[in-house]
Design a protein around this ligand. Structure first.
Ligand code: ADP
Length: 576
């Protein structure tokens, strides 16, 4: 329970309290709306006793006008409070989402490998909305329904305290089952939301992998897997909602028993003339109306339990802290990064228990091209990750110009590098925006030419303003790479990390891309994961990696002459 209180406090202090004035107004309106119910039941007595039974014609307009006015006030107050609360709910949800996304963007890349995109999307969209909109329900229960309940009970007690007691006598008996039911709701809702996140993940993977699915003819398998996941969702959702529906059902049982008691006892009193018909009708109306707010108040706790589950998940994400951060006192960045050597010294890195770099050491000289070669899985891409601090090694030193990368401010460090990888990462924006990424675009025409983007622009429907599609899917592989090269040229970072395409391109576009890459690497320190013979031949140095270690280095001719792993790799991969 303290945990629930802590979560609520967090949401209140962080997000709701800034809307305090509006919430207070809304709660006042709710109180007016709720109080009108009490007033209505109060008006029933004169309606019966003075108009219908005593036959006082003059009282008709007063009673009728009074009832009409009650409904008008209720309408206005109800409308006002709903609009205000809805606005607060939406604003809180938006603020939560914005903070969540900003927070997630600071988290380590590893967090996004552990948590599937679909799951995170469900957190950002579904859980924030659930946590924010529950407040409208809670406040209207507290404001409107509690006031309605109290005013109706006041009318009922003023007519006969004993009748009132009889009417609600069954309520305490159901307290125990109610508490159990609420626990059940919380548990089943938590499950339902986790299955909802699984569903989102499945959809995400299906849509991203649509070509793979088609080519492997596993459409039926994917549809079946989604169907199975859906079954689990439906099951969990039904349990949760059945639990929530059980709470008002219990209220109705209490109401039924109460009415039975009052009718049996009170009916006799009226027949014997101890009470008037007006009093009975007024009491009856109050008690009939009391169960609706009571039911809603009962419902609140179920809905609240459900929202707590969302709140817990949100809080868990906010509790995640990035481990890859700028140091408290960053070192001064190298003044002339273009003359800075890159060095790995005994670097050890593992994904969990899986060692990937096991004491890798090498130097890449400034201004030269160093080629990384080695079998797939040898750890070449991981070298890029530790250099740019997408991942931090468990031990060893990674330095640029003699400065440990961990001692530099992250933005300083990352401006040193342009990374161009096989899967050119484009966003669903225009080609122009993909190249500039909001940077100064004064050299745009020049870099578009140099990267051979200008060559294919006329073929696109809107030229530079053509959208690249999700992950650049509207462009061909070669075009995507050229856009990425143009981006790197505009960035003009002194160090180039290049992951060469294996065989994705046809000979002609490969030649064009190669030319663009040659221009990009000119005058820069270049570290290239090499797959092409021409690249390794031209490299100033080749670093041979095997199972996370550097096993040899030298020029092509030296390595061939030595006849080690490189010679084997070379024969396998490159020689005819
Ligand atoms: P290379 O670039 O030489 O092919 P990588 O550096 O990409 O090798 O990967 C080295 C090893 O790290 C591989 O065995 C791969 O399975 C593993 N690996 C890469 N990324 C992850 C990850 N996110 N989680 C767990 N293992 C990973």
């Amino acid at each position: 329970m303290t945990e629930a209180r802590a979560l609520t406090g967090w949401l209140w202090r962080g997000y709701l309290s800034r809307h305090l004035a509006i919430i207070v107004c809304a709660v006042l309106l709710m109180a007016i709306e709720g109080g009108m119910l009490g007033l209505l039941s109060y008006m029933i007595q004169p309606m019966f006793d003075e108009v219908f039974i005593a036959g006082d014609r003059g009282a008709i307009p007063i009673v009728a006008g009074g009832v009409c006015a009650i409904f008008l006030v209720r309408a206005l107050a109800g409308f006002g409070q709903r609009v205000l609360m809805m606005g607060v709910g939406q604003k809180v949800s938006a603020a939560l989402q914005a903070d969540m996304v900003a927070h997630m963007l600071r988290l380590d890349s590893a967090f996004f490998q552990d948590n599937a995109p679909g799951l995170l999307i469900e957190r950002v969209r579904g859980d924030t909305l659930a946590a924010a909109t529950i407040w409208a329900v809670v406040f209207s229960a507290l404001g409107r329904d509690v006031v309605a309940l109290l005013s109706l009970l006041a009318v009922a007690i003023s007519i006969d305290p004993l009748w009132t007691l009889i009417a609600v006598a069954a309520a305490p008996v159901l307290m125990g089952p109610m508490v159990l039911l609420q626990r059940w709701v919380r548990r089943s809702t938590r499950r339902a939301r986790s299955v909802a996140a699984d569903l989102a993940t499945r959809l995400d993977e299906t849509f991203h992998g649509i070509d793979t699915i088609k080519l492997n003819t596993i459409e039926a398998r994917e549809a079946r897997r989604y169907g199975q996941a859906l079954d689990g969702y439906v099951d969990a959702q039904i349990r949760s909602e059945a639990g929530q529906a059980g709470i008002p059902a219990m209220m109705d049982i209490v109401a039924g028993i109460g009415f039975f008691g009052v009718l049996t006892y009170g009916g006799l009193q009226i027949i014997e003339g101890e009470k008037t018909v007006g009093q009975f009708m007024s009491f009856f109306t109050a008690m009939a109306l009391v169960f609706e707010p009571l039911r809603r108040i009962g419902n609140v706790s179920g809905a609240w339990q459900a929202a707590l589950a969302s709140l817990e998940r949100l809080h868990a994400v906010f509790d995640e802290t990035p481990t890859i951060l700028s140091p408290a006192q960053p070192a001064a960045a190298p003044q002339t990064p273009e003359t800075a050597d890159i060095e790995l010294d005994d670097v050890v890195f593992a994904y969990g228990d899986l060692p990937v770099l096991r004491g890798a050491s090498f130097t890449a000289k400034a201004g030269q091209t160093t080629a990384l070669v080695g079998a797939s899985g040898a750890g070449k891409s991981t070298v890029f990750r530790v250099l740019t601090r997408l991942a931090d090694p468990q031990s060893g030193r990674v330095t640029v110009g003699g400065i440990d990368v961990a001692d530099l401010a992250l933005p300083d460090l990352r401006t040193f590098f342009s990374v161009v990888t096989q899967d050119a990462q484009l966003f669903d924006e225009t080609v122009r925006d993909n190249v500039t990424l909001d940077r100064d675009a004064s050299r745009l025409a020049e870099v578009l030419d140099a990267a051979h983007v200008a060559d294919f622009l006329p073929k696109l429907s809107d030229g530079l303003d053509t959208r690249a599609g999700p992950r650049g899917s509207a462009l061909s592989g070669g075009q995507r790479q050229r856009v990425a090269i143009a981006r790197a040229l505009l960035r003009d970072a002194p160090i180039l990390l290049l992951d060469e395409a294996t065989s994705a391109l046809d000979a002609q576009s490969e030649a064009v891309v190669q030319d663009a890459l040659d221009r990009l690497s000119r005058g820069r320190t270049t570290l290239v994961i090499a797959h092409r013979l021409a690249t390794i031949r031209q490299a100033d140095k080749i670093v041979v990696m095997d199972h996370g270690r550097v096993v040899d280095e030298g020029t092509h001719d030296e390595l061939i002459a030595r006849g080690g792993l490189y010679a084997d790799l070379y024969r396998l991969q490159f020689a005819d």
